[in-house]
Design a protein around this ligand. Sequence first.
Ligand SMILES: [Zn+2]
Length: 220
Amino acid sequence: MAQDHYKETVAEELAKKARRVWYRQRVEAIHAKVTTYDVLRSNGVDLKQSGDAEPEQFSCPFHGVDTRPSARVYPEDAANRSHAWCFVCQERWDAITLYAKFNQLEEKPFGQMLSSMEKSYGLETPPLPSEAVFDEKGRRQDALWETFLTLYNVCERRLCDSYPSFKYLDDRIGYLKLGSALDKLRHRAKNRSIDPEQAQSLLRRVLTKIQEKERKCPTG
Ligand SMILES: [Zn+2]
């Protein structure tokens, strides 16, 4: 029973992950083809340039009569995609959120909104990525963590056994430091706040130090 439940949860997680990746791909594809300017133009919004360097302005269609244009549209730069901002609404839109606003799709499921936008701008909806890909990745990660755990146990035992080689005060401090490094690694591994390969390489460093100590002062 418990096993089945676990499997179900894993399957759900994988399906969610596949969907997230799918949405991200589609968002990127839309932004690569459709700018905020395109969405404004295809909704009949007039853009007015007030000065050479000024961003273009437009009368915001969302907050009632707007005879003195309250909204501006900004081109893409290194930090941001093209976007619009209305001083009255106090809202910022990129191509996708602006499309949703114009078509009253803000409350609809995200996937539905993306499909609608893809259709409007002649973009093909890519296929949902296969969940198997993520499953394989998950299995690889699990194997790496298992190796980490084996190596961790070796380090811990070797450090305990090597205690007599740490004879002097300086050594004893070194011993405590290695122990604390191990503790921290175990904690980070438990939280998965470190990459398993990086965790393994840090462990190997601790192990090398223990081995150096063992060679210098072999215990009886
Ligand atoms: Zn507005």
